[in-house]
Design a protein around this ligand. Structure first.
Ligand SMILES: Cc1[nH+]cc(COP(=O)(O)O)c(CN[C@@H](CCC(=O)O)C(=O)O)c1O
Length: 307
């Protein structure tokens, strides 16, 4: 059964899902030449609000720039498209997926004859990314045999469709191994990130966050650093090895979809007590209060769907 996403903003117009179609000769379908975003809208006391809309739309356009895609809409038009998809579907909270792709003008590997790109925004109701169990008890991670691609192989700072073959292979391997998520190392063997999340760990009351390196510059990572510092934690950027994570007191992953997900084990070694860490759950609570409009300090991060 196909997923139900309702009304879709398709090249500037709100259309029913069944009308939002592309040709099988679409360049992006053959070569992964698309860019996308993952954004969440949350229910707040003042109605649904999109979290850090500006930063997500900026990254969407940066990803397009990396790929030399011409987007035939302005950031303001895409922002309005995002808000209209939430509004027209009457979602209270949802996951929002903007996508821009190289169309069916030509199938030569060089995508540029397919400019300008086509653009759509879909949204659907998505619960906890790794499942409620993984949040309550902590996710079980395994280190993937697929390394995160080096910076001169794929543009990891851009959310390019083709980049997610790396994530998909790691995710398949983790799932087949009975784990909840994959941890990817970089080519030197240092820890990079999850297949769809950035990584933090606690040693005592100091919070460490992996430096950007070859990883996506996560917006949730940025939000959690701010929230942690506001809660009085010292936050340090670092490089880390997998055995350093084994020795950590707490490990957690963050992302728009994953929010703040505690990690209970890595490569069958319990992290700390083997339960969701207490600092981690405190940060998770503060993050959810921020996105749900319960903390006025983070009001600027919210864009209300129905002003
Ligand atoms: C590789 C990767 N690293 C880090 C992050 C966290 O970035 P941010 O969302 O800005 O905090 C994401 C987001 N993964 C998105 C897609 C997941 C999926 O397609 O599945 C997401 O969380 O929406 C990544 O895909």
């Amino acid at each position: 059964s196909k997923m139900k996403t309702g009304l879709i903003w398709f090249n500037g117009h709100i259309v029913p899902q069944e009308e939002a179609k592309v040709s099988v000769l679409t360049h992006a379908l053959h070569y992964g030449t698309s860019v996308f975003e993952g954004i969440r809208a949350y229910e707040t006391p003042k109605g649904p609000a999109v979290f850090r809309l500006k930063e997500h739309v900026e990254r969407f356009f940066h990803s397009a720039k990396v790929m030399m895609f011409e987007l035939p809409f302005t950031p303001e038009q895409v922002s309005e498209g995002i808000l209209s998809v939430v509004r027209e579907n009457s979602y209270k909270s949802c996951y929002i997926r903007p996508l821009a792709w190289m169309g069916a003008t030509s199938l030569g590997v060089n995508p540029l004859p397919n400019n300008p790109a086509e653009v759509m925004v879909a949204a659907w109701e998505w619960g906890t990314y790794l499942g409620d169990e993984a949040v309550r008890k902590g996710a079980r991670l395994i280190t993937s045999s697929w390394a995160r691609f080096p910076a001169n192989v794929m543009p990891g700072k851009a959310k390019v469709g083709g980049n997610y073959v790396n994530s998909a292979l790691a995710r398949i391997e983790a799932h087949q191994a009975g784990a909840d998520e994959a941890l990817l190392l970089d080519k030197e063997g240092f820890v990079a990130e999850g297949s769809g999340e950035n990584l933090f760990f606690f040693k005592g009351s100091t919070l460490y966050v992996l430096e950007h390196s070859v990883n996506l510059m996560g917006i949730t990572r940025d939000s959690v650093i701010t929230i942690a510092r506001d809660l009085g934690y010292e936050v340090r950027e670092c490089r880390a090895t997998r055995d350093q994570l084994y020795m950590a007191d707490e490990v957690f992953m963050v992302g728009t979809a994953a929010e703040v997900t505690p990690v209970s084990s890595l490569d069958h070694r319990a992290i700390g007590s083997g339960q969701a860490g207490e600092h981690t759950m405190r940060l998770r609570k503060a993050y959810l209060e921020a996105v749900q409009g319960h903390n006025p300090k983070y009001g600027p991060w919210l864009t209300y769907v129905n002003p």
